[in-house]
Design a protein around this ligand. Structure first.
Ligand code: RB5
Length: 144
């Protein structure tokens, strides 16, 4: 499992903490930035991570901003990306099982770090249920 990571200034601190957490767990990642706390434009980092996942180079991505919401809106514009801002463990489980989430978004200003770690674990470990959910997930890619 190789994870693409990105944040803006609002998610920077949480990104750094989650990078240490992933390192402890020997999970491979690449940090696409931002690399400092200065104000920056979150869609830039959302697109970098979303494209890295959509291309197949990375299996999953994790994005951090203030709320996780701007990142998820921007990431979802890239075809093949399924992204959501997740704030609790139940949603973390079901966005994997039912929605096959491939880019997790977390809010550095809205979610505590210990909950964020649990959400990351669940995002990484929970498989997609497939079956009827595959048909529905395929429907995300059409305009009808
Ligand atoms: C930056 O202040 C903030 O707008 C951003 O981190 C994010 O929360 C956007 O959705």
């Amino acid at each position: 499992m190789k994870i693409a990571i990105g944040s803006d200034h609002g998610g920077f601190k949480m990104k750094e903490e989650i990078l240490s957490y992933l390192k402890e767990k020997n999970i491979e990642y690449y940090d696409f930035g931002t690399y400092a706390e200065e104000s920056c434009d979150y869609p830039v980092f959302a697109k970098k991570v979303a494209n890295a996942v959509a291309s197949g180079e990375y299996e999953k991505g994790i994005l951090f901003c203030g709320t996780g919401i701007g990142m998820s809106i921007a990431a979802n514009k890239v075809k093949g990306v399924r992204s959501a801002s997740v704030t609790n463990e139940y949603c973390a489980e079901f966005t994997r099982r039912h929605n096959d989430l491939n880019v997790l978004c977390l809010g550095g200003r809205t979610v505590g770090i210990e909950i964020a770690k649990r959400i990351v674990d669940i995002f990484i470990e929970t498989p997609f249920d497939g079956g009827r959910h595959s048909t529905r997930v395929e429907m995300y890619e059409t305009n009808e």
